[in-house]
Write a protein that binds this ligand. Structure first.
Ligand SMILES: [Mg+2]
Length: 234
């Protein structure tokens, strides 16, 4: 990073929030909620969930609503019971979201508080707004640490589209060139940020990064050192 950084934008899923683990637990909770109404083995549930999700995605293509998990559960219930069953569909959605509360976000508040003393902070995320606010509520309930949250839901486009990054910069009041994006997706976060004129750091806890000059972070706790070493705000 050759330029001074004044703001940091984080990706949410599997960068700040451990979404993969939480998602697996959430799907199990949704299955248990369904089982209370209609007995269904786990393998059969998994197949039905996968095909219902594929059904929704086939219809919606790359529209942000294609990520709405409640639509997957609604389709699943319709196919299983032959009717909409709103109570059951919502119960599955709530059961899924309750799993977020068990996610390990220890230490994150301290790290963000320390960064917030020197940088403006925010979130750029490709997901349904309600779901992302549920996750953020656990990390920063009153938005003091992460005052800017831009979701694909409200923008009508997803990362790597430049508009989502540029809108976040506008809300932060920072120039794109002075804003660093930290994310775990090479194509959506790193390449998307750079194409929009922002700086980027690749969050990659495991594995080998592509041959590139983009800084790589194994742990988020390494971010203050990276910023301090490579042009952070004096
Ligand atoms: Mg991510």
């Amino acid at each position: 990073m050759a330029l001074t950084v004044r703001a940091v934008l984080f990706d949410l899923d599997d960068t700040l929030f451990p979404t993969a683990a939480s998602h697996a637990a959430g799907i199990t909770e949704a299955w248990k909620a369904l089982r209370r109404v209609r007995p269904l083995g786990r393998a059969a549930f998994d197949r039905l969930y996968a095909s219902s999700r594929a059904d929704v995605k086939a219809r919606l293509g790359d529209a942000p609503a294609a990520r709405n998990r409640l639509l997957y559960f609604k389709r699943l219930v319709e196919r299983l019971l032959g009717r909409a069953a709103p109570g059951l569909t919502l119960a599955m959605g709530r059961a899924y979201e309750r799993s977020f509360a068990r996610a390990d976000t220890a230490g994150l508040g301290r790290l963000l508080a320390s960064l917030a003393r020197r940088y403006k902070l925010g979130i750029v995320t490709n997901q349904e707004c309600g779901l992302q606010l549920e996750k953020l509520r656990l990390i920063d309930p009153d938005g003091r640490l992460l005052p800017v949250v831009v979701t694909s839901d409200e923008m009508g486009v997803e990362k790597p589209h430049p508009r989502i990054f540029l809108e976040a910069c506008r809300r932060l009041g920072c120039k794109p060139a002075q804003t660093l994006v930290v994310g775990d997706s090479w194509s959506m976060d790193v390449l998307g940020a750079r194409r929009a004129g922002l700086q980027a750091a690749f969050f990659l806890p495991r594995g080998t990064p592509p041959r590139d000059s983009v800084p790589r972070l194994r742990r988020l706790s390494d971010l203050p050192a990276l910023l301090g070493a490579e042009g952070g705000r004096p």
